[in-house]
Design a protein around this ligand. Structure first.
Ligand SMILES: Cc1cc2nc3c(=O)[nH]c(=O)nc-3n(C[C@H](O)[C@H](O)[C@H](O)COP(=O)(O)OP(=O)(O)OC[C@H]3O[C@@H](n4cnc5c(N)ncnc54)[C@H](O)[C@@H]3O)c2cc1C
Length: 808
């Protein structure tokens, strides 16, 4: 083994080998993969080898599509067969809701260039004769489905990487590692030490243990998973003979079953409800290529459904049962990327579908390492979507929930119940007293809407408008007509101070910095001029700033901030729940706050985008005159010990003004009619500020900031697509996000978010449209649950286009 390597990849499963291959392909050839035992010795060797492109997140689906298309490339390069069977497959819907879900998945796939088809149950039967079509409402056919040989595929990646210069060391466990001052790593292995510039944790079943070597507790957990192989089945032989082809793969959502042909019989696997974690706290290092004890009783309920849906199985003998462990992150998507605060340490783990996702994961990670950017929208699998707030037991509960729901529908208004409440703010009980229905954001409870009674305080899950609709309407009306109160503790708040703060922020952000006591809105760009953040930036003093942004992206942004922080002169602090917030918004909000403060808060003395620190009642608060509702309003930030008292003061003083609590869903309704974009929806790293309509928040006059050159190039080249607001001719269902936008019979864009704007009485969609097809007067259509609805592009925000209300 050599003593130095540019990159050390830990783990020779399908993911580690894919990362190795993609790094080598990108031209980094001084790279080494170290494997504890043999290649595939973790969860890879006993996988069923199925692959598909379907994923709830279209960006992850795109990477799955890439993975499937990659196999021919590595086969040709390595001469090693992947044992590819591209059979195509059907996803079978047993209910109308599932059929709706498939129609939406099909619609999403359309703008990604996928070629799925919605078919009837009878058509599905023709393609997959083993089904009893009476059990199904219909299906989706995907030509890019099939199965492969896990061993051959892993070796094809490995051989291709080796041909490009990569090293692979087998039977050598990485036992420890420590970081040098310069950020490189000394890695201790059973065969000696190796110095690496970068380390990539592809430890699979042992990813947690590899993380713990550097003090990291990764939110992954292994689950037991079973599939069985049948004896040869005459029905299979008959299909093979009559079609000349093998039986296509099938996925039965109601039975929670997947299946494919294996030799003359079938392979059937299931995501059972009574699921079982494996090695919950620690994975034993001596776990070899072992299998776990099968437990057919656990999967019996699924099998019962399976036998009904696929009658031929009833007479089939079981040849072998496989029970093996593999890892999941709490939301079932991979954990990929650099770790905040750990220079040159990368992860690619929690990959639960290595043969659908491994290629995309390898490509994204290698791009990130080599070019500084994953090159795709990888938010759905970025490790930064989790943070220090997770615990081993929280992960355990969420992974079990996710596993058991693997084939269940998640409705757009459905909040998942496991491990809740987990993080709460001091006003949580107050909000419960007012019948709040809560959502979970990074484990934090936040109010979505308020019901008139305890009994009504729950969501009826639906793709259409639901029981919250009239209550959100009332909350929106309170804000637009009087005054509303919203908890905003789930925003991220960062404090930046020190003599270097001004210069650092000036370089980091493309907008001009505000004057003392003022705020500005500003995006943040990466080196490629793409959007990686949108913030409110306030200057409290010459050397003290506050940045407010998406709470969802706190880890993501902190990773970027820390990576760009100078060695001295700037102190950066993410306040998390050390600072909590309440917001009052609406035309009567000034009157309310004026009752509680001594300062002059008139329009002249404390105008729109003013920022200050004063007492509200008896409580010290940081106050900004801005709200995301697009109305007159104030954000009030206080220490947690003051939040309940502040809440009580505001409720009491606001009573005669008609003060009403509102939640996140009303906020969404209000921001939509103002055409305000939101992070992770309209603003993501695949858009430029010109495309996202944020050009007025970047200062092209500023000589030097990150992403300036690329951003100016993008401006000169013209936008590829542009963000637009649409009013949709919807019936009783509004857009959710990711629906295709049609013009003249062609898909010309996609929806990023939407919903019903109650005050404007309009179904609104925000979305990106190809620049060439962007025409305010043109007739558009947006697909909602498989039906194209007419949509009109709005030339300006539906509510208060001149912004008089918020400036008032
Ligand atoms: C029963 C079953 C059926 C499945 N079916 C499918 C399927 O049909 N389709 C699909 O896509 N996926 C399937 N999977 C999931 C699939 O197996 C995983 O997604 C995939 O194996 C993950 O690969 P990995 O490389 O991340 O992890 P692993 O395969 O676990 O690889 C990690 C490697 O790292 C090595 N390692 C760990 N720590 C160290 C260390 N300190 N030093 C050196 N080496 C180390 C290990 O020895 C191991 O080889 C199935 C899984 C199971 C259990």
């Amino acid at each position: 083994m050599k003593s130095h390597t540019r990159v050390l990849v830990i783990g020779g499963g399908v993911v580690g080998c894919s990362v190795l291959y993609h790094l080598a392909k990108a031209g980094w050839t001084d790279i080494t993969l170290i494997e504890r035992a043999e290649l595939t010795a973790g969860s890879t060797w006993h996988a069923a080898g199925g692959f598909h492109t379907l994923n709830g997140d279209p960006n992850v689906a795109k990477l799955q599509q890439y993975t499937v298309e990659l196999y021919r490339e590595i086969e040709a390069l390595s001469g090693q067969s992947c044992g590819l069977h591209l059979t195509g497959g059907v996803m079978l819907a047993g209910t109308k809701e599932r059929m709706d879900w498939l129609k939406m998945a099909h619609a999403k796939g359309r703008y990604l260039g996928m070629h799925t088809e919605i078919i009837s149950a009878a058509e599905a039967k023709k393609l997959m004769p083993l089904i009893d079509e009476k059990q199904f409402a219909g299906a989706m056919y995907d030509p890019l489905e099939g199965h492969l040989d896990p061993y051959g595929t892993t070796h094809a990646y490995a051989k291709s990487a080796k041909l490009k210069g990569a090293d692979i060391v087998l039977r050598n466990r990485v036992v420890d590692m420590s970081q040098r001052e310069d950020g490189t790593w000394d890695v201790a292995t059973e065969q000696g030490n190796i110095h690496a510039e970068h380390v990539v944790n592809c430890g699979g079943l042992w990813a947690r243990e590899c993380g713990r070597m550097v003090g990291l507790e990764l939110p992954v957990l292994a689950m037991e998973h079973m599939y069985f192989l049948t004896e040869d089945m005459p029905e299979v032989a008959e299909i093979n003979a009559s079609t000349g082809k093998e039986v296509i793969t099938a996925l039965d959502f109601e039975g929670e079953i997947y299946m494919r042909q294996e030799r003359g019989g079938m392979l059937l696997g299931t995501y059972e409800q009574a699921c079982k974690p494996w090695s919950e706290r620690e994975t034993p290092w001596d776990f070899g290529q072992n299998l776990l004890e099968p437990d057919l009783d656990r999967i019996a309920p699924s099998l019962e459904v399976g036998f009904r849906h696929f009658p031929a199985f009833e007479n089939a003998g079981i040849r072998r049962v496989i029970n093996g462990p593999f890892t999941f992150a709490p939301d079932g998507n991979p954990l990929v990327g650099p770790i905040r605060g750990l220079r040159n340490y990368w992860v690619a783990c929690g990959v639960m579908a290595g043969f659908s996702q491994g290629g995309g994961v390898g490509l994204a990670l290698s791009n990130w390492m080599v070019h500084g950017d994953p090159g795709f929208d990888v938010w759905g699998m970025d490790v930064a979507r989790y943070g220090d707030w997770t615990t081993l037991t929280h992960t355990n509960a969420k992974v079990r929930e996710n596993y058991a729901r693997r084939f269940r529908i998640r409705f757009p208004n459905e909040e998942l119940p496991a491990a809740r409440p987990f993080r709460t703010t001091p006003v949580y009980d107050r909000l419960i007293d007012h019948n709040a229905v809560f959502g979970d954001m990074c484990g934090l409870e936040h109010a979505l809407w308020f019901a008139p009674s305890k009994a009504e305080a729950k969501d009826d899950f639906s793709f259409s408008r639901s029981n919250d609709f009239p209550h959100i309407a009332a909350e929106s009306a309170a804000v637009r007509e009087g005054v509303g109160l919203l908890e905003i503790s789930n925003f991220a708040k960062y404090e930046i101070s020190g003599k270097g703060a001004d210069a650092w922020l000036d370089k980091l952000l493309p907008n001009r910095l505000p004057a003392r006591g003022r705020m500005v809105l500003t995006p943040m760009l990466n080196e490629n001029g793409m959007l990686i953040g949108d913030f409110t930036l306030a200057r409290e003093a010459d050397d003290r700033f506050w940045v407010f942004g998406s709470g969802l992206a706190e880890q993501y942004h902190m990773r970027w901030f820390q990576a760009h922080l100078p060695d001295s002169g700037v102190t950066l602090r993410a306040h998390g729940l050390d600072l909590v917030g309440l917001q009052i918004a609406g035309p009567k909000s000034r009157e309310l706050i004026t009752r509680l403060v001594h300062e002059d808060l008139s329009k002249e003395a404390f105008p729109f985008m003013a920022f200050g620190r004063f007492n509200v009642g008896i409580i010290p608060a940081i106050v900004g005159r801005v709200t995301y509702t697009g109305d007159l309003g104030y954000e009030l930030w206080v220490k947690p010990e003051h939040q309940r008292a502040l809440f009580d003061f505001l409720m009491k003083e606001g009573a005669d003004l008609g003060l009403k609590l509102f939640g996140g869903r009303a906020l969404n309704s209000l921001r939509l009619e103002k055409s305000f974009g939101s992070w992770s929806r309209e603003y993501r790293p695949i858009y430029t500020p010109w495309e996202a309509g944020l050009e007025r928040f970047v200062s092209t006059q500023k000589p030097d900031f990150i992403g300036r050159d690329a951003m100016l190039k993008a401006r000169d080249a013209g936008p590829v697509r542009k963000l637009a607001t649409f009013v949709v001719d919807a019936l009783d269902a509004d857009v959710i996000g990711d629906e295709p936008i049609w013009r003249d019979g062609k898909v010309v864009g996609w929806v990023t978010s939407g919903g019903y704007a109650h005050h404007s009485k309009a179904s609104v969609a925000l979305g990106y449209v190809e620049a060439a097809a962007f025409d305010a007067g043109a007739p558009y259509e947006i697909e909602i649950i498989g039906e194209r609805r007419g949509a009109k592009m709005a030339a300006e925000p539906l509510f208060d286009p001149k912004g008089l209300r918020m400036r008032g």
